[in-house]
Design a protein. Structure first.
Length: 184
């Protein structure tokens, strides 16, 4: 029981520091945010920060990873060999994106976080994007890269435009475009 309470406390402390960093990043670039500023905003001691993170960039990487971990796994998506189930799973994920608009805008647009898009593209290429078997493995690779970059670009634009279409509609557009490209 004590172990579980400690774990809950740790999760809460980390959440406070993540929220503080995101709040600060609404006004400043990651590179100009200090540990002191994060600790003051989160109302935690510096030593608490250093118990979990080396620096603000380390904390930011965890925020990025938290988002990447929320993406449905390839097995959740691809084992569902029917379009309706795939669209349902991705629609739920896009609903999550809408609920976390502020965080996603920071992840996609902060000049210090340019590697987030690259990490997301890599994440999608590693098992998420099926392409037709092709004897030319290089062509398969470039199709995956093309689909992943297009997907990330659409996601970024969807977030930045304030979600001009529904989660279901963006899921459908991405599904149909990806399917068309992967089968050519």
């Amino acid at each position: 029981m004590a172990q579980q309470q400690e774990s809950r406390r740790v999760r809460m402390t980390k959440r406070l520091m993540k929220e503080a960093l995101l709040e600060l990043m609404e006004e400043k670039d990651l590179m100009s945010i200090t540990v002191t500023a994060i600790c003051e905003t989160a109302d935690v001691h510096r030593s608490t920060f250093y118990n979990y993170y080396m620096d603000p960039a380390d904390l930011f990487r965890e925020i990025e990873q938290d988002f990447l971990d929320r993406i449905p796994t390839p097995s959740q998506i691809l084992k569902q060999n029917n379009q309706k189930a795939i669209l349902e799973t991705t629609t739920v994920f896009f609903d999550f994106m809408q609920e976390n608009k502020k965080t996603l805008q920071i992840l996609f647009n902060n000049s210090s976080s340019n590697n987030f898009s690259a990490r997301l593209i890599e994440h999608l290429c590693n098992g998420y994007i099926p392409v037709e078997e092709n004897p030319n493995k290089l062509e398969e690779h470039f199709r995956r890269i093309y689909i992943a970059n297009g997907t990330v670009g659409m996601m970024r634009e969807w977030v930045n435009q304030g979600f001009p279409v529904s989660s279901r509609k963006i899921a459908e557009m991405m599904y149909f475009l990806s399917t068309k490209i992967s089968q050519n």
